[in-house]
Ligand binder design. Sequence first.
Ligand code: NAD
Length: 356
Amino acid sequence: MSYTITIIPGDGIGPEVTTAACKVLEATGVKFNWEIGEAGAGVMEKYGTPLPDSVIASIRKNKVALKGPVTTPIGVGFRSVNVALRKSLDLYCCLRPCKTYPGVPSLYKDVNVVIVRENTEDLYAGIEYERGTPDAQKMLKFIAETRGKTREDVGISLKLISEFGTRRIVKYAFEYARANNRKTVTAVHKANIMKFSDGLFLSVAREVAKSYTDIAFNDVIVDNVSMQLVRNPQQFDVLVLPNLYGDIISDLCAGLVGGLGVAPGANLGEGLAVFEPTHGSAPKYAGKNKVNPMATILSGMLMLRHLKEFAAADNLEQAVAAVIAEGKDVTYDMKMDKSGGVGTSQVAEAIIKKLK
Ligand code: NAD
């Protein structure tokens, strides 16, 4: 049997890390037929959009994709391809397991926390009003009528959190905990300040928790969890968060377990899954055979689990762990002093050699 998978190389370091991941995945013995989907700044001229419809259609057809990072211009230019992809396929869950493999450059041992980030709502809903535009003025007029006058020179981004969106992400977190033998789900919020958005998130999370009596539930404020994660990350098991906090806390957790080079992820919707590393396109390293492919390779490992290829997934994970533990064929970011290290393709070759 062969799996047809949409592969989105992306841009920057994306093509290098996805090539490395495809080679390693093929070496597990599982058969793949890769269907290439071009996306990112480089395809604007060819298709008139950084995210052609054909890419979305390919993922809908194949149900599973492996994706490299795509650059988003800051402040100006097109909106994020990553956000657009998640929204158009309703990939409502971003799953980011953060686990320390012995030998990673980290101050911590035995961290094993899973981030379940809501992926479609919150400040990422993309509803924004540019300072000084007629729409922004209309909004300000409404705010003045209902809440009192504010400054006029403001840009506005709306934070939208729904009961529907919260219920399904919190349910996902509990189902994940149950299926993966996890003990506790912690909801992260700032409900003390944002009573109607984060407050709704918290109250729905508490209600959902009542149906999962076999899993413990608690909640913590986002600033507190940031401090607690740095002091004692081992106390956390599964964290469920609204979109923005999930984005920030997953980078923090990536830092706890050795950095972005080893932080995998999955974007999940109803019957659709797009696997991608947590890191971005790191443009300064593009084409240099320098960066760590492990985050993308471990995203491939999550993909194998999703495909129920458990033996291949275990084999791949132990091969990555063995290369990390040996500490010889690893990239610069895996060295405590951030110097030396082998290239992207050499890491892939070393992992292939460790496969059983
Ligand atoms: P980044 O993750 O691309 O890079 C930040 C730094 O982390 C790099 O300079 C590098 O030092 C290190 N790093 C990242 N990946 C690494 C790897 N595999 N191995 C070793 N070191 C690595 O973050 P950024 O610079 O903030 O973003 C660059 C671009 O990527 C932006 O346009 C951003 O919007 C985009 N981005 C895309 C995605 C995605 O496609 N899902 C995610 C995050 C950022």
